[in-house]
Design a protein around this ligand. Sequence first.
Ligand code: FMN
Length: 236
Amino acid sequence: MTNILIIHASPRRAHSISSNLALHFRQTLAKTGFSGKVVERALTDNPPAFVTQEWIAAAFTPEDQRSQADQAALAQSDIFIDEVAAADHIVVTTPMYNYGMPAILKAWIDQVVRINRTFSFDLARGDWPLEPTLSGKSMLVLSSRGEFGFHEGVRSQSNHLDPHLATCAGYLGVAKDAIETIAVEYQEFKDARHQASLEQAMIATERAAHEIAGTAVTEPGFQSSGHAEPAYSQAR
Ligand SMILES: Cc1cc2nc3c(=O)[nH]c(=O)nc-3n(C[C@H](O)[C@H](O)[C@H](O)COP(=O)(O)O)c2cc1C
């Protein structure tokens, strides 16, 4: 059975553009008759804790020697990692905040990328001692930005969200060529360019859902009003 994990990082809930892309993703999946499992985690409902001294000490303590306090320090991390480990496809819905990822998403990544769970560390490997222990997953990033030009455009130098996520995704078992990013831009301008970007992103999201379900796009469920300007969609 195919497992999909959807991580929501926007606090805007129903008003969130990135979460609404995920809603369209799920609705498209449902139409395909997808019979796999979908787990959704809204990070703002149960915010990931920041890493503490206790967390670090517990993570570096061998599992069979952990105290109850150690286990408690890692309890949330264990739940998040189990969800990632069970997933074949990880969908991350995220705004761009201050040219990077929202702190809540970074906190989730800090809880999930953990020694002896999602990566091993061995100095015998020389200058590259970290090695992911998970593999074979894909990641779909559904994102929204207020400004524009973050992919090979006027603000590409300021895009610290996508490269950072891609680097961390390696430690979730996602290879660089297994990441697709669909991003709505121009949200702060609220003009025709934003509308066009949104429509193109909805269509790209629909196509991505069909790809995961293994079905063909026969009739687009999202009707474009015909704006030509493309959304930023960075396919593998
Ligand atoms: C705290 C904060 C920081 C933001 N920083 C940026 C930014 O650096 N670049 C940008 O293009 N948009 C920025 N925005 C705009 C959001 O990316 C935009 O509103 C987006 O649609 C939010 O995603 P959502 O609709 O899924 O919540 C920021 C918004 C907030 C609230």
